[in-house]
Design a protein around this ligand. Structure first.
Ligand SMILES: Nc1ncnc2c1ncn2[C@@H]1O[C@H](COP(=O)(O)OP(=O)(O)O)[C@@H](O)[C@H]1O
Ligand SMILES: [Mg+2]
Length: 522
């Protein structure tokens, strides 16, 4: 069947959703020394479907597919092909089951022709004497799938894209109806990529199945029907491509602990802005929630507090804001003693807070975007005269903030609850950072945000840092601390165990410290 003549009722996997599983993996596990490459992976690919297999480098994609292709033996799990459980212990066996794989690195003999390469390969029809037949068959296959492969061409004369097509034709010639392509686009030109994706679709329309491995999100849209996301050897989820978008896939792929493209600006720190000395706080039952905490945050410095939630982080923030009574110790902000004061005193001394729970502390959901932006500045003479709000001036200021902080909202009078989570957080940042604070407390500032919004938040905090603001970053995400902090403390049981240099700390040791190992040794 010519792809161009595919009947509409048979075209596209979406039209045969019950097309049955061509391949089903259940609980596939594979260990290498020191690495769990595949951890109980389950997925299926249907007939007539293109399945994307997405994951970062090292996620376990190639390992999984090499198992399916008979190159690795799994430590556990089951493979079903067309409904029957199978044991695949060689590529030859995989091919007999109709499974073909194109590897990241091709396996062709350079100084032989295309037809010779295909005839040479161990196949169901072996023998060099058949080269003429092979030439004819290859010509037919490439015409049928518009693959533009010349059977008489010598492989070493071919472009990468053409060699890839040879690999595909070789598999089709040998009867593959499930094609696995491992990161096939690495060296393709845009035109070749376009042709490849058109070819893959025509294969699927022909009732075959494709597994398309990639770590590039852009390649999935417009090509695959569903996508299985692997992270650290595990399946995060399988989604219909029509029901998802790039940010969601990115988040699934990299997880909450993102290693972002954020440079930590090097700033010569100035004078201490926040000084905490011997701070202790007890709860109602007399338990010590903060135990003799001491640290400084200097101008132009990000000081991090790493630790597992519930180790005193809430109490530390409350103490800094003046919301709990301290047992002992002192808190100085820009030369002013503020312990046991109030959030108003904290703000007046130059403090800003990006709170952990933006819905309860950061914004008033029922109030408008404008009110949320200005709620800490209404008393300023810039926006009110003798107690009467200057609506034009506030409106102008709000518009500027929305533009500068890229808050996506249909208008300043909209209630804040109608904004997305990322935009609500931008609203908080706009209000807190625009007041030129001397100190910013950022408590879990990227919780629940997608990758793009996380990068934005980091960028804004780093901008403040370059302006000389002192930043106290309290986060349960160790990667966030490593990305942002110049120095950081590890907080366990209400105490600071140790203060470390951001650039030099060993994540593993910090993880152990956070888990309560006193000296960071296992
Ligand atoms: N032959 C091998 N021996 C030891 N470790 C391996 C081997 N192949 C892969 N790994 C490890 O298994 C993990 C998954 O690798 P891989 O399947 O190649 O991921 P991906 O294809 O998603 O980049 C990685 O940590 C990798 O270093
Ligand atoms: Mg790989």
């Amino acid at each position: 069947m010519e792809p161009s003549r595919v009947q509409p009722e048979t075209a596209g996997a979406a039209l045969h959703p019950e097309g049955g599983a061509a391949l089903r993996l259940t609980g596939i596990t594979k260990r290498f020394p020191g690495v769990l490459a595949n951890d109980a992976v389950s997925l299926d690919v249907r007939k007539g479907e293109i399945l994307g297999l997405l994951g970062e480098n090292g996620a376990g994609k190639s390992t999984l597919m090499n198992i399916v292709y008979g190159l690795y033996k799994p430590d556990g799990g089951e493979i079903e092909v067309n409904g029957s459980t199978v044991d695949i212990s060689s590529p030859q066996q995989a091919l007999e089951l109709g499974i073909g794989m194109v590897h990241q690195h091709f396996m062709l003999v350079p100084d032989m022709t295309v037809a010779e390469n295909i005839a040479l390969a161990p196949s169901l029809l072996p023998g060099l004497s058949r080269v003429k037949d092979v030439e004819r068959d290859v010509g037919e296959i490439s015409r049928r799938f518009r693959l533009d492969v010349d059977p008489g061409a010598v492989v070493e004369d071919l472009t990468v894209g053409a060699r890839q097509r040879v690999e595909i034709v070789k598999l089709l010639y040998r009867g593959a109806d499930l094609l696995i392509l491992d990161e096939p686009t690495a060296a393709l030109t845009p035109t070749e990529w376009h042709e490849l994706s058109r070819f893959l679709r025509s294969m699927a329309d022909d009732g075959r199945s494709i597994i398309f491995i990639t770590h590039k999100l852009d390649e999935l849209f417009g090509l695959v029907d569903r996508c299985t996301v692997l992270r650290d050897g595990r399946v995060v989820d399988t989604v219909n491509i029509a029901d998802t978008d790039k940010p969601s896939l990115a988040k699934m792929m990299v997880g909450r602990t993102v290693t972002l493209r954020v440079e930590r600006p090097i700033v010569e720190p100035g004078k201490p802005v926040l000084e905490v000395k011997g701070l202790s706080v007890a709860d109602e039952d007399g338990r010590r929630m903060l135990d003799d905490i001491a640290f400084q945050v200097r101008a132009g410095e990000v000081f991090g507090v790493a630790g597992v939630a519930g180790n005193g982080q809430d109490e530390l923030v409350q103490a800094l804001l003046g919301l709990v009574t301290t047992d002992s110790g002192e808190i100085w902000l820009h030369g002013e003693r503020i312990d046991d004061c109030s959030p108003q005193v904290f703000t007046a001394a130059g403090g800003a807070i990006v709170p952990e729970d933006r819905h309860h502390e950061g914004i008033a959901l029922e109030l408008s975007v404008l009110d949320n932006l200005l709620m800490k500045e209404y008393q300023s003479p810039r926006y009110s005269k003798r107690g009467v709000i200057d609506f034009n001036a506030s409106r102008k200021h709000a518009d500027e903030l929305i533009r500068h902080y890229q808050v996506r909202t249909a208008g300043v009078s909209l209630p804040a609850r109608q904004l997305s989570g990322g935009n609500q957080q931008k609203l908080v940042l706009a209000r807190e950072l625009s007041r030129d604070p001397r100190l910013v407390i950022a408590f879990q500032p990227t919780r629940g945000l997608d990758v793009g919004a996380i990068e934005f938040v980091y960028g804004q905090l780093n901008e403040r840092k370059k302006e000389g603001t002192a930043i106290l970053l309290i986060s349960y995400e160790l990667d966030e601390i490593f990305t942002m902090a110049d120095r950081f403390a590890v907080m366990v049981g209400g105490r600071f165990l140790e203060v470390l240099e951001g650039g030099q700390a060993d994540p593993e040791r910090v993880g152990l410290l956070m888990g309560g190992a006193e000296d960071g040794a296992p």
